[in-house]
Write a protein that binds this ligand. Structure first.
Ligand code: SF4
Length: 208
């Protein structure tokens, strides 16, 4: 997942930022030319706030600067009549719950096709990483059932998933609500939770 975070999220952002600055790769960017990038991480998750790893991008975290928590954000959105605002996330996030997968499938056929194709494409890992000797051991799947996304049980929690939860309640750090709604906390490409621990990767069927 660490590799995919860089490959599929941060790399395209850097490419676009370079284009916006007028210095596409491999042009050298002068020291005083940079973008300021605002990343919406709330006070509750300040540990996710990270600097960019290049000088031409400077990350700012306005919610942390204002001291806003996730609840403050929800209250603010509700006051604007936007209480139903979903949390932002990457389309192909492996931390989606079934509700998020269903929402994509039921409301956006093009995005669903895109994410099903992406899921198939990562099965053997990242081509470049494989070529450079960091071969994926096993297979990667976006859905925790370790089934291809278009065959995964996203309309209900399966008997096997219930049985696993009942045998080891909380052991994997995942409960029934999380199976349905996904991980509650927010993130950003610079704070992708997929890069955090091996445990989380195995919880979510990821080996990449
Ligand atoms: S955890 Fe966040 S940054 Fe990582 S894939 Fe999911 S939505 Fe994207």
């Amino acid at each position: 997942m660490q590799r995919s975070t860089g490959e599929y999220k941060i790399k395209p952002i850097k490419k676009r930022v370079r284009e916006l600055l007028g210095y596409p790769y491999p042009a050298r960017i002068p020291k005083d030319v940079f973008v300021e990038q605002w990343v919406g991480i709330s006070r509750d998750e300040f540990h996710r706030a990270k600097d960019a790893d290049v000088k031409y991008m400077r990350n700012r975290h306005p919610l942390i600067d204002m001291g806003w928590s996730r609840s403050d954000c929800i209250r603010y959105l509700a006051a604007l009549g936007l209480a139903d605002t979903p949390k932002s996330s990457c389309l192909g996030c492996p931390f989606h719950g079934n509700a998020q997968w269903r929402h994509i499938r039921n409301t956006s056929p093009a995005e669903w096709a895109d994410v099903v194709a992406f899921d198939a494409a990562i099965r053997k890992g990242n081509a470049r990483a494989n070529a450079t000797g960091n071969r994926l051991l096993g297979e990667a799947f976006l859905h925790r059932s370790r089934l291809p996304l278009d065959q995964a049980p996203i309309d209900h929690v399966t008997a096997a998933e219930w049985a696993a939860l009942q045998q080891q309640p909380g052991a994997s750090g995942v409960d029934a609500e999380e199976l349905e709604q996904g991980v509650e906390n927010g993130c950003s490409p610079w704070a992708c939770r997929g890069a955090e621990t091996e445990d989380v990767q195995s919880d979510f069927g990821l080996a990449a």
